[in-house]
Design a protein around this ligand. Structure first.
Ligand code: HEC
Ligand code: HEC
Ligand code: HEC
Ligand code: HEC
Ligand code: HEC
Length: 182
């Protein structure tokens, strides 16, 4: 696998000479990709219709209360069920009590909630959240205004290499192949 990846790298090393081209085409590329759902065919809906607008918008809960590792780790982190229950032991939900009931079932069964992923880069790509957060890139740049979104179902940005590179060029971050590829 490692070797195959290396050979692919060599085959496309010509990319180096065409970075300008990649950049010029990034926006057309992105417009196309944005029309599609994340991992088309894979997103099966969420186990629980978790509304970001209610939590992060209306009740202004900090993103990092739930995505606790976003400043210090590669992964943003997903909240354990216990952190939901701090409130939902009491809060039954006025609009969608059946969704809160599902949450309580996972809690009673001591099961983690199997969230479906929307934002996911390919396995050979390394994306470190902490580096972006510490460089001052806002969550919304990549994820949109999450505090206004009900259930997150689609990407705000296409996660193509062109998208990564064009921002790295703009912000003077590294475009060395090995920083993003294992
Ligand atoms: C700090 C308190 C708090 C935490 C933590 C919290 N919630 Fe909520 N949640 C609320 C409040 C308040 C509402 C709005 C209830 C209402 O309007 O009746 C709500 C609404 C909901 C709803 C929609 C129900 C409705 O009728 O609006 C779901 C589903 C939900 N929460 C799931 C979760 C999950 C899953 C977690 C953990 C990842 C979580 N909540 C963490 C306070 C919290
Ligand atoms: C009360 C807890 C809570 C808060 C506060 C919260 N989130 Fe989330 N977030 C979740 C849960 C639970 C999921 C998984 C369900 C889903 O994808 O909708 C999630 C999923 C996401 C995802 C999609 C991950 C994926 O690839 O599937 C993004 C992006 C995200 N949150 C960003 C944010 C941002 C930005 C904020 C602040 C504006 C925020 N979240 C605030 C609990 C929270
Ligand atoms: C520069 C773009 C960018 C910024 C800024 C960013 N994210 Fe992400 N986020 C991504 C990408 C790309 C993924 C997919 C990562 C992967 O597959 O490894 C992702 C995945 C996630 C996930 C899914 C779980 C995970 O860790 O993979 C959550 C939750 C999330 N981001 C929340 C946030 C929050 C909260 C912020 C702000 C504090 C934020 N992100 C800032 C691009 C970004
Ligand atoms: C909106 C701008 C933006 C986007 C989009 C973006 N990045 Fe970055 N990236 C940055 C900035 C700024 C840094 C911080 C550079 C620093 O710390 O000096 C960074 C740093 C990194 C680093 C650490 C580089 C190093 O020198 O060690 C990696 C790896 C990385 N990004 C991967 C990605 C990947 C993969 C994507 C696309 C999925 C992506 N980035 C999308 C702005 C962006
Ligand atoms: C800033 C991060 C970043 C840098 C730097 C970067 N790439 Fe990528 N690359 C990505 C992302 C993200 C993808 C996945 C795109 C997708 O899934 O659509 C990707 C995909 C690829 C693919 C396609 C693999 C496939 O699955 O089809 C190849 C080949 C590749 N990159 C080679 C390179 C080479 C060679 C360099 C150095 C000139 C480089 N990359 C630099 C982020 C980066």
């Amino acid at each position: 696998m490692q070797k195959r990846w290396f050979l692919t790298m060599v085959a496309v090393i010509s990319v180096l000479g065409t970075l300008a081209f990649v950049r010029a085409n990034a926006s057309a590329d992105e417009a196309l990709a944005l029309q599609e759902f994340a991992q088309e065919g894979e997103f099966q809906g969420q186990s629980i219709a978790f509304p970001h607008n209610t939590h992060a918008g209306e009740y202004q809960i900090d993103c990092q209360y739930c995505h606790f590792s976003v400043e210090r780790s590669k992964s943003a982190g997903m909240p354990p069920v216990a952190s939901c229950m701090g409130c939902h032991t009491f809060v039954e939900g006025q609009q969608n009590p059946e969704e809160v009931a599902k949450l309580r079932e996972y809690w009673d069964a001591r099961q983690p909630i199997p969230w479906s992923r929307v934002y996911k880069v390919a396995d050979h790509v390394y994306f470190p959240h902490m580096r972006h957060v510490s460089a001052g890139v806002d969550c919304a740049t990549c994820h949109g205004n999450v505090e206004e979104i009900g259930v997150i179902e689609r990407l705000n940005q296409p996660l193509t290499m062109g998208w990564c590179l064009s921002c790295h060029i703009d912000m003077g971050a590294s475009i060395d192949c090995t920083v993003c590829h294992y």
